[in-house]
Structures are given as C-alpha cells and as structure tokens.
Design a protein around this ligand. Structure first.
Ligand SMILES: [Mn+2]
Length: 292
C-alpha cells in the first residue's frame, strides 16, 4: 500500500510571455490589445522592436512601455536606432517621422538612455526574439554573442561613433573573421533590417515587399535551407508587408498596425498548439505619408 500523499504545493508554472509586434507609436491599439489579451499579472511582455515612429503617439507609447518596468522586454529595431541617431546628430529626421516629441520632451535624455540600453536579441525558454531576423549560418549561441557585442558597443562611452558606423549595406554576408565596425554593422543589418537573402545568406535590402517581391535569387531569411536557428522558435517583427506569420518555429508579428492593418500579440507557449493569437484593428494611427 502506498502511503497517502497530500498534493505537494506545486508552485505555479512560470507565466508565458506575451509577445507584441511593432507598436510604432500606436498607443491606442497597444492599450486595446493589452486589455483584450488580458495577460495574468506579472506576465513578461515582449516587444519585437520599433516601439516608436510613424505612429501618432510615439512619446506616450514609449512612456507606457518604460512604465512597465522589468515586465517589458523589448529588443531594438531600426526605428529605435534611428531615433538615437537623430538625437546624436548622425542622421536627419525623415518625412513621416514622429520622433520630434521624444527629442523635445523635458526628460528626453532619460528616454534616449533607456532606449540605448535595451537588448538587440532576447532568448528564453526556446524562444529567440530579434527585430528583423538572423543569418542562416548563425545558431542561437552565435546570434546572442553577436547581439551582445553590438549592445555592449552601444552602451560604451564612444557609442555615437559606433552608431554612426552602423549604417550601410556592406558587408552583406557573414564571415567569421569579420572584425570591428564591419562586424558590428553586419550584425546590426541582419538583426534589425534583414528581409531577403540568398541561399548563401547574402542580404539584399532592395525590397521591403512581401513574399512575391523577392529580389532575384533571394528568399525570406527564414526560408534558407538548413538555417541554424531552425531548432528554436524565432520571434520577430519589422516586415509589415509579410504580415502575421505563425509556424511551429517562427512567429512574425508585424501585421502592419501603423499601415492601418492589425496589431498582434502571441502567447509564447512552447507547444505551437497552445499558442494563442490576439489582434486588434488599427485605424488612423499613422501620422503622415512617409517611407517604411
Ligand atoms: Mn523595423
């Protein structure tokens, strides 16, 4: 006879993160989506980058995310880096940008400091989040190592010099021997800008369209055969023209909120069947005509 057992006080399972697509300053859809998804208190809220720009409420959106404290886990996107570059005098503001209100805020320096110290990649429980994508030769460990190099460079005293050196399309292909600013630029291009590349992982930035707009010889970065991050689930944003994409090992979250489409959030269960999608429609959140 087995001794009677009382159920041990099982600790509650860890809360599954809820991952959001690119907010881009669309505060009302964000608040609506958060209310609709109604995650349990303390749920980690992941953000796939580009918290700000193009939408009408960049400053308030940024403040909302910062107010979440450690509950918020954002990675840096190209628009977030663009804001830092404009603030540092490295780049000029573009038509359609909605970052002036952040730059003009009384606590602008604190806001920019917070952005500059966000990670470039985040990995937990088999989920790898980056803003745009990864190169096929990179496994999770190498991706995190390269992201760490880049985020440390952006936190160093000479961060402006680094940031100024991150712009440009070359090198467009990974080589283990890459060093210095070229290595950082390649890392930044892949993690925050990539959409299409060749089977060999050579990035092509000429198209921001959907699957039917691949440059000759190119495919989406995630469809490269034998991609070394295929053994985890990659969570990303950035590619509004692609729209929401849900595969067992791939979660593309930019469903074009700022373009009047939807804002999406996915509960990041390990088992694909247990993942849940919540969406809200987005209207009138884009500030003015501008590029992507
Ligand atoms: Mn982006």
């Amino acid at each position: 006879m087995t001794p009677a057992t009382t159920s041990p006080a099982l600790s509650d399972p860890p809360l599954l993160p809820l991952a959001f697509g690119d907010l881009q300053g669309c505060r009302t859809p964000f608040q609506q989506l958060l209310a609709k998804a109604a995650p349990p208190a303390g749920t980690p809220l992941w953000f796939a980058g580009d918290l700000i720009n193009r939408g009408t409420e960049s400053l308030a959106t940024l403040r909302d995310v910062i107010a979440l404290g450690e509950q918020a886990v954002p990675v840096l996107g190209n628009h977030d880096l663009h804001l830092l570059s404009v603030s540092a005098g490295i780049r000029k503001s573009k038509k359609g940008d909605t970052i002036d209100e952040i730059l003009a805020a009384p606590d602008s320096a604190d806001l920019l400091e917070w952005i500059r110290h966000r990670p470039i990649a985040h990995f937990d429980n088999g989920m790898l989040m980056v803003h745009a994508g990864v190169l096929p030769q990179w496994d999770v460990n190498l991706t995190l190592e390269l992201a760490d190099e880049l985020q440390r460079a952006l936190r160093a005293p000479n961060w402006k010099e680094t940031l100024a050196g991150l712009y440009g399309n070359e090198p467009n292909r990974w080589k283990p021997g890459l060093k210095g600013i070229e290595r950082l630029r390649l890392t930044c291009s892949a993690l925050t800008r990539i959409r299409f590349c060749t089977a060999e992982g050579t990035m092509d930035f000429s198209s921001s369209g959907g699957l039917n707009a691949a440059p000759p010889g190119c495919m989406p970065w995630f469809d490269v055969p034998a991609r070394k991050t295929a053994d985890v689930t990659v969570v990303f944003g950035h590619w509004a023209a692609l729209g929401l994409i849900l595969r067992d090992n791939l979660i593309g979250l930019d469903s074009g909120c700022v373009w009047g489409e939807q804002l999406s959030a996915v509960r990041l269960a390990q088992q694909p069947a247990e993942r849940t999608l919540t969406q809200v429609e987005c209207e009138n959140c884009r500030a003015a005509a501008g590029g992507n």
